[in-house]
Write a protein that binds this ligand. Structure first.
Ligand code: ATP
Ligand code: MG
Length: 160
């Protein structure tokens, strides 16, 4: 459906306000000019955003920060959204497998974190079904950034 992107991103942050406050994690949302409405399956994209933000909170120590960015990439007329954290990061050797079902980094560190290891694989399925792409960059003990793109038709971009 027709979705107001800035509003959608504010709402995901709101859904996590309790957990963010509990860990004293700062969240900021940066939206570039030109980002407004796109057609998307709101429930599915919320599921993706919820997973990315919950991962960011889970794997970021207290007093860290999370940044959500949205931009309209000029060359491919795609909406680009990223969720970046200042957390524990992911070892290089695990990066290639991180979108696989049930794949979790080092059982010891994720044992007490809850979850099944399905979130990122579901996110990838959803983004693929929208014709988009999703990828992850990470630096151990520095943080992680997950970016997804969604194709936007020109007529959608001018609407609203
Ligand atoms: P679920 O999403 O099913 O509750 P999960 O969060 O463990 O469980 P995924 O979201 O698929 O599963 O993530 C897979 C693994 O990737 C995680 O277990 C964790 O090891 C690693 N990971 C994901 N996001 C981050 C992040 N932001 N920082 C550090 N590690 C991450
Ligand atoms: Mg997850």
């Amino acid at each position: 459906e027709e979705t107001n992107v800035p509003e959608m991103l504010e709402e995901v942050a709101d859904r996590f306000s309790f957990q963010l406050q509990q860990k004293d994690i700062e969240i900021d949302i940066a939206i570039e000019d030109g980002v407004s409405h796109v057609m998307l399956d709101r429930d599915k994209i919320d599921q993706v955003l919820d997973n990315l933000v919950s991962n960011a909170i889970k794997y970021t120590p207290e007093h860290g920060s999370i940044r959500i960015e949205a931009r309209q990439s000029a060359k491919s007329s795609a909406l680009e959204v990223s969720v970046k954290d200042t957390g524990i990061g992911i070892p290089k050797k695990d990066l290639a497998r991180i979108f696989e079902r049930f794949y979790r980094v080092d059982k010891a560190r994720s044992r007490n974190m809850g979850g099944t290891g399905l979130g990122l694989s579901i996110a990838r399925e959803i983004i693929k079904a929208h014709g988009g792409t999703i990828y992850l960059e990470s630096e151990l003990n520095q943080g992680t950034k997950v970016t997804f793109t969604l194709p936007v038709k020109d007529e959608e971009r001018v609407a609203g």
